[in-house]
Design a binder for this molecule. Sequence first.
Ligand SMILES: Nc1ncnc2c1ncn2[C@@H]1O[C@H](COP(=O)(O)OP(=O)(O)OP(=O)(O)O)[C@@H](O)[C@H]1O
Length: 269
Amino acid sequence: MRGARESSDLLAECADLVLRHGDHLAVDRSDLTLPSGCVVAVIGPNGSGKSTLLQALAGVLHPAAGVVRVRGEHARRHARRVAFVMQSVPAPEGVPMTVNDVVTMGRYASRGWFAPLRSRDRRIVAEAMERMEIADLSRRHLCELSGGQRQRVHVAQGLAQEHDVLMLDEPLTGLDITSARTIDRLIHEEPERGVSVVFTTHDMAEAHAADHVVLMDGRVVASGAPTQVLTRENLERVYGVGALHAPRGMFLDEPHEQPVSEGRRRPLS
Ligand SMILES: Nc1ncnc2c1ncn2[C@@H]1O[C@H](COP(=O)(O)OP(=O)(O)OP(=O)(O)O)[C@@H](O)[C@H]1O
C-alpha cells in the first residue's frame, strides 16, 4: 500500500477490507487511509458499519478479507496501544465497583492483572479522572451514576491506558451538554498530546469540526478533509435526497453559506 504520505504519517491503512459478523456482511470491499495525529470522525446512517470499522481498527474484529494496518502493524498487534471506548456500556448490576476501580482497570492493559499498582499508575488514574471531571465521584459505585457520568468514567478508563490511539464509539450520543463538552474537549486535546483520535458520531457539527471524515454506507463511501467529504452530493447519496432538513452550513461544498466550523476546532459551549 502506497499513498501520497509516508507510512510514518499514517495512522491506518486498509486495503480491500471486508468485515463480517458471522454470515452478515457489515463492510464491503473498502480501501481507507487515515492520517496520524489528528481527529477522525466516522459518520453514516444506522447500520452503515461505523462501529464495525472501529472494531477492526482497534484490532478486536478480524477482517473476513483484506488488511488493516495501524501505524504500520497488523491491527491486532497494535491493539495494546489503542484505548477503545465502546458505545454505552451498561453498568453491571450488583457488582460493587467504584469509579476509581473502573478507571484503574485501564492500567491493567499495560501492567497486567496481577502486578501491584505503583504511584505512577495511581497518578495516571487520578489524572484521567481529573480530565473527565469525575474526581469527585471516585468513591461512588458505577450503578449509582447517570448515563453521562458513566460514559465519562469509561472514557477515563481508556485514558488511563498507555495509548497512542483513542477510539470512541458514539461517545457523545445521548449526553447532556456538560458531559458532551468534557468529552468533546478531550477529543480535540488528545492530538496535542501525540494521540490520534477516531470516533463515530451522528452529529454533523462534530464531523465538521474533525480534521478528517470517513463517510460509511456499508462500505467506505468517502474519506478526506470535511470539505471534501461533507458535500451535498455525498450526504444525499448516503442519507437520501431531501431526507435531511439541512441547517445553514451543513454542506461544506456550498461556499455561499457560513460553515458550522471555522478553522480546526469548534468547541461545544
Ligand atoms: N454482533 C453482530 N452480529 C451480527 N450482526 C451485527 C453485529 N454487530 C453489527 N451487526 C450488523 O452489522 C451492520 C453494521 O453494524 P454497525 O454496528 O457497525 O453499524 P453502525 O453504523 O455503527 O450503526 P449505529 O449507528 O446504529 O450504531 C449492521 O447491519 C448490524 O446489524
